[in-house]
Design a protein around this ligand. Structure first.
Ligand code: ADP
Length: 502
């Protein structure tokens, strides 16, 4: 078991090095111009508590200006040829790829995640979004329809068809856990559809959003097509969500904020898609390949320190293998090396902020007080208090908060089951329905359970498999609408029906 925390290794890229040494001063992007804010906020390296950047806390006026810039740019961008939008998206992908090492270092400094998470998973995933949706820009199509209307004038024929048209100005509001890829999941399909955008990154992670916007500008996006306002969710996020000239809000974040956004959208009946919280079940069947399942289940919760909306946070393990699996998971948790994300030997970094670490730690201590056992981890470590050791909780009651609520940290709850039908009922006994995984060698169990589980995504013998081609999103209180995949284009396109007597 390792309780040491690895020290950072100085970053290589000029920008990350500069921010590592002294705070960068960042500006937001409105109508093609970079603007300071009347007030500023600080971005903090969560591992050390040091300020790495200052960025604007946008005012209501700033948000108004950004929306006006997006509105003004909309007709021009909507009228571009699909091939032109596709070429722009491909250029964006190439530019991001050329800057991947710098983006990964900046994300680690700003968010805390280990370098490999950004460098090898999230940023390549973001780049893939732009390439996938470049193709989709050129594949937008309506339908021709033969209606059954029987009252057209004699001798005439009816013809009907549908057009797909961009929704308009999109507010993309994104969270802090995987900022680059979640931003790309909104920007790429919106740009492909011909929408213009006001992006609002999270307070804790605005640094890479602003750098991404700079790189996207280099790809030759016309002024106003992408605007970025940074600042407090309660002010600039709320103003954006309620703004009468925003046509659509694409949100990823907590269920509570999703509800507030839905309320705020009512004024002008915005289109809203919400990718919200989860409490995703992981079901290990008696015939699972445990050499695959034990590290797989550990990774499903501990990757990115559990700050993943689809994290497999509730494991249900068959009684016949329960002890072996629990022991294996505890060994996996104990072997995870904590450290600053800029140290290449780090497996798990700090949580994004002291506030988040406090929240996660209180879930664990409440569970302990209610009689749960802590099988691994449980402690908060480090001077800044933002590290939480990979934690496994057992001996729980299904009504405990730790079983029902989203923790959004490296905390796995393990429960034993005897009967497969009963485990399906337990897995579905949640207000959430974001994702699930099933670990089995049986094709029949895999098929049957994947249909019976209420979730937007079900993985079999794997977990958190994201790809630009695979729709992701939730059922129940995990939200509605899908990011990624062809389905995501529906978020940004309206149907127009044309019906003619000819
Ligand atoms: P957390 O509570 O973990 O910070 P949120 O879901 O609140 O997560 O944050 C996701 C995004 O929503 C962030 O960009 C945040 O600034 C923004 N946000 C927070 N509150 C609001 C709100 N009332 N209206 C619009 N956006 C908001």
């Amino acid at each position: 078991m390792t309780l040491t925390i690895l020290e950072p290794v100085a970053p290589q890229s000029a920008r990350a090095k500069a921010a590592f040494d002294s705070p960068a001063s960042l500006r937001m992007l409105i109508g093609g111009a970079w603007r300071d804010g009347a007030e500023t906020m600080e971005s903090i390296d969560p591992a050390t508590g040091r300020v790495i950047a200052r960025f604007p806390d946008a005012s209501e006026q700033d948000v108004d200006d950004a929306v006006a810039a997006a509105r003004a740019a909309f007709p021009g961008w909507a009228a571009t040829l699909p091939a032109e939008r596709a070429a722009t998206l491909l250029r964006i992908a190439d530019i991001l790829e050329r800057n991947i090492d710098e983006l990964a270092e900046l994300e680690t400094l700003d968010q805390g995640k280990p370098l490999y998470v950004g460098r090898w998973a999230e940023i390549p995933g973001a780049i893939a979004q732009f390439r996938f949706f470049a193709g989709q820009a050129m594949a937008i199509e309506g339908r021709t329809i033969t209606p059954s209307i029987n009252y057209q004038p004699a001798g005439k024929q009816m013809a009907a068809w549908t057009l797909r048209e961009p929704v308009g100005v999109v507010a993309a509001i994104v969270p802090w856990n995987s900022p680059i890829v979640l931003t790309a999941m909104k920007l790429a399909p919106a740009l492909a559809a011909g929408c213009t955008i006001v992006l609002k990154p999270a307070e804790d992670t605005s640094v890479t959003a602003l750098r991404m916007a700079e790189l996207i500008e280099e790809a030759g996006l016309p002024a106003g097509v992408l605007n970025v306002v940074t600042g407090r969710g309660a002010r600039c996020g709320a103003v954006l969500a309620a703004h009468p000239d925003v046509d659509k809000v694409a949100f990823t974040g907590s269920t509570a904020t999703g509800r507030a956004i839905l309320d705020a959208s009512k004024g002008n009946l915005k289109r809203v898609t919400l990718e919200l919280g989860g409490k995703s079940p992981v079901i290990v069947l008696p015939d699972a390949d445990l050499d695959l399942a034990i590290p797989g289940v550990a990774n499903a919760i501990f990757f990115n320190a559990g700050q993943v909306c689809v994290a497999g946070s509730r494991a249900y393990v068959h009684a016949s293998i329960y002890d072996r699996v629990l022991e294996g998971l505890a060994a996996q948790a104990g072997a995870i090396q904590l450290g600053h994300g800029l140290n290449p030997a780090t497996h798990m970094g700090p949580l994004v902020s002291a506030r988040q670490a406090e929240r996660v730690a209180s879930f664990v201590s409440d569970a302990q007080q209610q009689g749960a056992s802590i099988v691994a981890g449980g402690q908060r470590l480090g001077d800044a208090g933002t590290y939480i050791r990979p934690t496994i909780v057992a001996d729980v009651d299904p009504d405990m908060t730790i079983v029902r609520d989203e923790v959004f940290g490296p905390v796995l709850v393990v429960q034993r089951y005897d009967d497969i039908d009963a485990v399906v009922a337990s897995a579905n006994d949640s207000v959430y329905g974001l994702a699930a995984s099933i670990w089995t060698e049986s094709l029949s169990h895999a098929h049957r359970l994947s249909r019976a589980i209420q979730a937007g995504s079900v993985w079999i013998n794997c977990h958190s498999m994201y790809d630009a081609s695979l729709p992701i999103g939730g059922v129940k209180q995990s939200g509605f609408g899908r990011d990624s995949g062809i389905a995501a284009m529906d978020n940004y396109l309206e149907w127009k029906t044309v019906c003619a007597v000819l």
